[in-house]
Each structure stands twice: as C-alpha cells, then as structure tokens.
Design a protein around this ligand. Structure first.
Ligand code: NAP
Length: 353
C-alpha cells in the first residue's frame, strides 16, 4: 500500500461513502493525513465502532438527517463516517493546553464523524477526554456514545433519583446496556425490556426484573414507573402512558414528533415526554471516566471487525440485533506503521524548511 503522495505528503487509510445506501457504499481509500491547526490535537485512532446512528447516516434515512449531511449525497466534509473512537494523541497545535503527545483519549465526533480513518484532528474543546485507565482501546472506543447518551437521558433530562422505578426498553443495546447500569448506579429499581435471548445479559448488568417483549406486555401488567426510557424507538408515549406513575416521564431517543409531544405535555402537566439530543459530551466523558475506573460501568462488546471489514460490521448492525456494541479495530501492520511515521516526519521537516 502506498504510504505517501507524489508530493511526499503522508497518507492514511480511511472509509468513505459518496452516496447513501447499503453497507456496500462504504469503500476503503487513501487520503492525506490531516494536519492539526493551532487549537487541535492529532489523534492516531486505535479503535472506533459501528453505532445504530452511523447506519442511519450511511442510509440517509430518515431523510431529515440529509438537511445536515447533504440532500442528494453526503457532502464532502461528511464523507468519512465513524462517530466514536479511542486512540493516542500524536501531536498538538501551538495553542493546545489540555492534551499532550502520548495521551490516551476517547471521544465523540457526532455528525462530523471521520473516525473510520487512521488519524483524525480534533479541537481540544470538542467531545474528547482522557481514556479511562482500566479500559483497553477497544473497550474505550465503545464507552462513548452509548454511555454518555444514557447518562444524558437518565441524569440530565430525567433526573432519576434513588428509589425511583425505571423501565428501560432496548436494555440489551448500546444505550440500553449502559442505561441499566447507570440507573442502578443512580439508585433506581430497574426493569429491562429485551428478547429472551438477552435476558441473562440484562440481568447481569443489574436489572432486577427482565421483561421478554415476545411474551409479556409491560403496558398491561399493572406495574407503574417513574421513568420509561425507550432507547431503541420501539414504543410510543401513547402506549406507555398507562405504565407511568401520575408524574412519570417518558424518555425517547428517537422520533422528531417526540419533541412536539415534549412541548405539549409540558404545558399540560402530569405525565410528560422529555426529548433531546446529547451532542457536546466532554463533560460527560470526564464524569464517566471514574465510573468506568471504579468498575461501576461495564462495556458490553458483541463483535469486533477490522477496518477492512467495515461493510460486514454495518450489515450486522443493520439487523437491529446487536448486543451492546460493535468495535472496529484500526491497527495497521507494524512495518506499514513505521513507513507511515517516516513519511509524516519527512512532510513535517519539509514544512519547516
Ligand atoms: N437522542 C440522542 O441523543 C441519541 C444518542 C445516541 C443514539 N440515539 C439513537 O438511539 C437508538 C438506539 O441506539 P443503540 O445503539 O442503543 O441501538 P442498538 O444497540 O442497535 O439496539 C439493538 C438492541 O435493540 C434490541 N431490540 C430490538 N427490538 C426490540 C424491542 N422491540 N424491544 C426491546 N428491545 C429491542 C435488540 O435486542 P433483541 O435482539 O433482544 O431484540 C438489540 O440488543 C438509535 O436509533 C440511535 O440513533 C439517540
């Protein structure tokens, strides 16, 4: 594989998509290694992931996402997917003070993505933080979006309190597996909804009750909850109302209509919908690091694929059946690594002379 352009610029492997569609739209190409600006760090990515949101961005469905990503095809600056990552800081810009070369980090890049690549530049004030020391790079890469989003919904939006009863729908997915653990950490009594195949996993994460959605209907079993968190968009406020306590809250992660319902139910009082999006995650990453390090939070990894097999990983996540998280490893063979490092050194020296 070529390691530098004709002009001597270092290149890296990256996965791009130039049209919306099935996993096959993802292609591996070589692109220039980005150079950090004054306020940025250059991260050598060790691992990334395939999230349900990455698949939505790849498909371009639901279509409202295209208002940001590009109406007919992904805009050039969004062509590398990959929204969470872990890695090592290789270089820092002149004005960077929070990070130094050698720091192990984990982070989230949301719509600007670009983690399906060997290197990535990140502003130091973006959603990036020091990696939990006890997690491997593979674990840390998937300790980002699911964990911070679950925290955002349960703690920041839902204000879950000790002793409250919390129901989590989709308890075996990425957000759900963290939500079960975080709700327990916050002192709640937790019930998880999943298929029978995942019941043991959800119980092992701390759920005191597990509801197999193929056999039981929680909306008619006379149990009432302070909070129902639907991590996977498989319910509705209308359906869940009867299972909420009089002041209970419904927390959906998907569905634009839920933002409208949130406004309406706030005006009406009583049972409410609280909807939102967790975008800036630096504070949450810093908050969650000690929880991982103390063993309060466990990372559930379902499958692992190398970057070359990203299409297969997307096809698997498209099934909607992943348990916890799917990791993508971005390592390259040691000899290729040395060649790339020397090409980068050459281009840095060329810039200085
Ligand atoms: N608003 C925000 O800020 C925000 C942030 C992050 C993500 N999200 C969104 O949140 C959603 C969920 O993400 P995720 O990564 O947690 O999903 P995921 O990991 O892909 O969810 C897969 C899990 O869903 C379970 N599942 C499927 N059908 C179910 C049903 N009827 N009832 C209960 N569980 C069911 C599956 O378990 P079984 O195989 O056992 O059925 C599987 O374990 C995505 O749409 C994502 O875009 C929103």
């Amino acid at each position: 594989m070529q390691e530098e352009t004709d002009s001597g610029q270092a290149v890296m492997r990256a996965i791009v998509y130039t049209r919306y569609g099935p996993p096959e739209v993802l292609r591996m190409v070589e692109v220039a290694v980005p150079e950090p600006r004054a306020h940025e760090v250059l991260v050598k990515i060790h691992a990334t992931s395939v999230t349900a949101a990455d698949c939505i961005m790849r498909r371009g469905v639901p279509a409202w996402g295209r208002l940001i990503l590009g109406l007919r095809k992904p805009r050039r600056r969004f062509r590398i997917l990959g929204s969470e990552y872990s890695g090592e800081v290789l270089a820092v810009g002149a004005n960077v003070s929070r990070f130094a070369p050698g720091d192990a980090v984990y982070g989230f890049s949301g719509f600007s993505a670009a983690a399906y690549a060997e290197y990535k530049c990140v502003p130091e004030d973006a959603s990036i933080a020091l990696k939990p020391g006890n997690l491997s790079f593979k674990q840390a890469a998937v300790a980002v979006d699911g964990a911070t989003s679950a925290w955002f919904f349960l703690r920041d939006l839902g204000n879950v309190q000790p002793g409250q009863r919390v129901l989590i729908i989709g308890a075996s997915g990425s957000l759900g597996s963290y939500a079960v653990q975080l709700a327990r950490y916050l002192g709640a009594e937790v019930a998880g909804v999943c298929s029978g195949a995942n019941a043991e996993l959800v119980r092992s994460l701390g759920a005191q009750r597990v509801i197999d959605y193929a056999r039981e209907d929680f909306t008619v079993d006379r149990e009432h909850y302070d909070c129902i968190f639907d991590a996977v968009g498989k319910s509705s406020f209308a359906r869940c109302r009867s299972a909420l306590k009089p002041e209970g809250i419904y927390l959906p992660t998907v569905g634009l209509h839920n933002s409208v319902l949130a406004r309406w139910t706030r005006l009406r009082g009583g049972k409410r919908v609280l909807a939102g999006m967790s975008i800036h995650k630096q504070e949450q990453l810093d908050l969650l690091r000690p929880l991982f390090e103390a063993g309060e939070l466990e990372v559930v990894i379902d499958r692992e694929y190398p970057l070359e097999q990203i299409a297969a990983a997307h096809a698997y996540v498209d099934t909607g059946r992943k348990r916890g998280n799917v990791v993508i490893t971005v390592a390259r063979p040691a000899t290729a690594e040395q060649e790339l490092a020397s090409a980068m050194l050459d281009s840095a020296q060329a810039l200085q002379s």
